[in-house]
Structures are given as C-alpha cells and as structure tokens.
Design a protein around this ligand. Structure first.
Ligand SMILES: *Cc1c(COP(=O)(O)O)cnc(C)c1O
Length: 348
C-alpha cells in the first residue's frame, strides 16, 4: 500500500545532493588538502579544524546497539525539530499538500508546516486525549502526506492507544510520524520495533529530554532505509557538529546514570502528584507517561504569575484547546519540587 515514490516531492526525487569533500574521499590519509580547512589547528584546547562526519557513523553505531536498529535505519538531526523540518521538505509540496495534526500536541509540527507552506488539518483529540480515528479518516485526502502523533503526548502527558496508531499505520498511505521524545519515561513500549512491519512509520526520539543533552541538539528519526536515504539527501551536509557528535557518543556510554535519573524522576512525579492533589485550587492531574504533569487548576494564569514572583517558572497551557485552566509542570530535582510545593502552600 505504501509507496515512497507516491509521496516524495518530484524535485527531491531528482535532487542531486551536495557532495562534500568527506563524501568524496572516505578512507584514511596522512595529508588532507581537500576541504579548505585550517591545517594548523583550532585556537582551542580541542581541535575542531576538520569537518565532522556528515553521516555521524560512530554515534549511529552506538545508538544502533542501544536501540536494536541498524545504523542505516537511523537519521540524526540538529534536534528532532530538524528531523521534523526535513520530513516536510522531503515529502510535502508547498501550497499543495497537507498534514494531519491532533491537538493539543507539540507546537513545532504546526510551525514547521507553516514555514514550509503546508496546510495543517487539525483533528482534536477526544476528551480523554486519545485519537479521533473517524475524524482523522474524514480529514485525509489525496494530498495528505503525514500524520503526526506524539506519544507520550506533550502537553497532556498520556500515551496514545497503541492499537489506534497501528490502525493508522495499516490504513494510511502517507507517513505516520510517532514522536517519542518522552518514551524513556513511559510504561508503553517504543514503536521502533515495528519498523520492519510498517514501511510508512517514522519514529522520532531525542537526546534532549531523558538523556539530559538539550543543549547539544541531537535528535533521531528511525525509519525504513529508503526514507532515511531521502532525509540524508535533504539535510544540510554537516548538520551535527563535531563537538555534539563526540559528546553524544560519550553520553551514550553513560546509560546507567540516565537510567537512575529516569527512575528518580518517576518517583518524584508520583510524589508531586500526591502533594498537588491536596491543594483546593488543583481540580485534576492527568495521568502522565512523561517527565511532566498537566495540572488543571481553578486559575492557571494567577498561579503562574504568583510562581514567577517566587522565581519558579512552569508552563501556562490554559489557552490551549482542551487544556483550559491547565499548567504543565516539569518534574525537577527533589529540592526543586519541594520548593514548588512550599511556594504553593503560601498561595492566596
Ligand atoms: C522537546 C520535544 C521535542 C524536541 O526536540 P529536540 O530534539 O530538542 O529538537 C520533540 N518533540 C516533542 C514532543 C518534544 O516535547
């Protein structure tokens, strides 16, 4: 059913990608005079005078071991936000095609669509923040190229029912992009293992959340080899800088620390939920599979402003449809969470 040639932009299909010096000579040599680099070095303790590996092979190899996916099924982006943009540029014809978004969800899908002049068709989640499959089916037409599903969803925190995502994967002839930025905190299992099953699946993950590397800007897309090949053709040649590649590799060898933080975050999340429930301005706390919670309050803006005065910043999501009265609160360290609770005890 899925045929990449049916959804690829014609200009991308015939695109001859930029061929860098590092693409044209890949072996080991003693003298490199092919890339107009500074041969003397860098005015730093570490040398960055050479262009980085355009396909980030070492990082992908390590990721491949961790995720159980061959390197040829991995794309690395300058954050997963770059992967989102590259998907639009690869598959969506400006002014012609459309994508399906299921708000309330992550805001970058819409921004990226707008930048690329792609129509967004919005099908609201249901009251319990699940997919409206009938609504999605009605919104799809012959120009619908992608559907973005964020699971666990930002800002609601819940996971999307797996069977519903599988229904889309099995029936939609465009790409189903499953954004798993928060998968490390989830009770649900990743969709990465379904890549062999569904040719139209793209899974996004990132080193920005659980891995604690938001400042390095490294995001991943996992997909079929043919999709990854297109994305590699469209991305800027050196999209992950050398420092980020080296540090990401080092971090990926430190998985135990990350796992202990995930465990602690979940403990803190449960504790914070129990404490917040005691406040009478808290109306509801939605079940979370992520490192944040969505809290429905009697007056989100007032609580937000009060917390700002106390030097505590949370996210006011009360203007977002289906999130009326809601604050999104990231789980902090035990001390930060205690500071938050203490501040809220003195509210009003
Ligand atoms: C934070 C977040 C991302 C971010 O990605 P980067 O890798 O930092 O660009 C992607 N998707 C969702 C849903 C997020 O919340």
């Amino acid at each position: 059913m899925f045929d990449i040639n049916k959804i690829l932009r014609p200009n991308i299909k015939k695109l001859v990608p930029y061929s860098s010096a590092r693409d044209e000579f890949k072996g080991e040599a003693s003298v490199y005079l092919d890339a107009n680099e500074n041969a003397f070095g860098s005015p730093l303790d570490t040398a960055y005078n050479r262009y980085p590996d355009p396909l980030q092979y070492k990082v992908k190899k390590r990721l491949s071991e961790i995720k159980g996916v061959p390197p040829r099924n991995i794309f690395l982006g300058n954050g997963s936000d770059e992967a989102i943009d590259v998907l639009f540029r690869s598959f969506c014809n400006p002014g012609v095609d459309n994508v399906i978004l299921v708000p309330p969800t992550y805001g970058m899908y819409e921004v990226s669509a707008n930048i690329n002049d792609i129509e967004t068709r919005k099908v609201l989640l249901t009251e319990d923040y699940q997919l409206n499959l009938e609504g999605i089916a009605e919104a799809i037409d012959e120009h619908t190229k992608m559907i973005f599903i964020c699971s666990p969803n930002n800002p609601t925190g819940n996971s999307i029912n797996r069977e519903d995502v599988e229904t889309l994967l099995a029936n939609f002839s465009g790409l189903v992009v499953v954004d798993e930025a928060y998968i490390n905190f989830s009770r649900q299992k990743t969709f990465i293992q379904e890549l062999t099953e569904y040719a139209n699946l793209v899974v996004l993950q990132t080193l920005s959340k659980a891995w604690g590397l938001a400042g390095l800007r490294v995001g991943m897309a996992f997909a079929s080899e043919e999709i990854i090949e297109v994305m590699n053709k469209v991305k800027p040649p050196y999209n992950i800088n050398e420092a980020s590649q080296q540090l990401a590799l080092e971090a990926l060898n430190n998985i135990d620390t990350v796992n202990s933080w995930i465990k602690e975050t979940l403990t803190q999340r449960d504790k914070l939920v129990l404490q917040l429930k005691n406040f009478d301005f808290v109306l509801d706390i939605y079940p979370s599979d992520a490192n944040f919670i969505l809290v429905k309050t009697t007056g989100a803006r007032d609580i937000y402003n009060y917390l700002v005065q106390q030097g505590i910043i949370v996210r006011d999501r009360s203007k977002v449809e289906l999130c009326e009265g809601c604050l999104r609160i990231t789980i902090g360290t035990p001390a930060e969470n205690e500071t938050l609770i203490n501040a809220l005890q003195n509210y009003k």
